[in-house]
Design a protein around this ligand. Sequence first.
Ligand code: SD4
Length: 343
Amino acid sequence: MIATRRKFLQTSVLSSAAVLTGGQVLADTASRPQPAVDNRIVISTWDFGKAANAEAWKILSKGGRALDAVEAGVKVPEADPSNRSVGYGGLPDRDGRVTLDACIMDEFYNCGSVMALEHIVHAISVARLVMEKTPHIVLAGDGALQFALANGFEKQNLLTPESEAAWRKWLKTSRYEPVMNVENKLFRKENDPMPGGPYNHDTIGMVAMDGTGNLSGACTTSGMAYKIHGRVGDSPIIGAGLYVDNEVGAATSTGVGEEVIRIVGSHLVVELMRQGRSPEAACREAVERIIQRNPGQAKKIQVGFLALNKKGEYGAWALQKGFTYAVKNNREENIFASKSIYT
Ligand code: SD4
């Protein structure tokens, strides 16, 4: 907490002196007055983002902080056993163990992350505690679990009977196929996820802007189904699965994490917005970078980026058709189909 406060004071001092970035004088982002236009907004990945946004909106609409909103929002799919790719009920690794990756980032560049965390439903809240209560940014595996337990989190079996059954069926072939959600059929009953794919993962990444114009983001997942035990994806890696720069905007990703890590995708999207790209154009360029880096693989997998800028503009782009994202603000509550390179 002290570290956070110290950082806040430093930020305030810097801001009130006005910071010159890229030729633009930026106003104090921490304590500036309420903008004339209501830019409050929350956006998140996939159709299930809609319910998560609604929870986040309860906080934003009452004047709450974006950080609190994104944490509350992503806790919805984390607790939902029918969601096979986030939190409780997530599909396990090849050893039958559900391991969670999550990270969170606020408007002061504070961030926290947990990797390969087992037995705790709300990985995002553990990540927030890492951010607020420790001098570190990342805790992994058993250390993350010990930290969570020491801070009052309850140990729980995250493997539901449905996910266990899917895993046992998968064991018969044991083929790791990270082909994903090309047609967004994950939650259609007739195409019940697994066993064996191909619709084997979807992360929730959420970014929001609050009434003071501040940004925060959260990202949480059970990662790629049937991954090698200990594998960590992009989702808990600051800059890969999530990045927030309160001067510019925020971005998050979903899809095959290895390809996102290779290009440090969310940070790239934010930097492209800093150079003047719209959120949609920035996401598109990041997706194109994935193709440039790994053309053979890019045709077979899904990756999607979602971004928000300081004006409250948002946009997305994906490799494949089928990526959706949810938007909630004072004017709309929608699910959009992202544009994509391959259709
Ligand atoms: C991962 N990016 O573990 C995550 C999985 C995911 O949509 O996003 N699925 O690589």
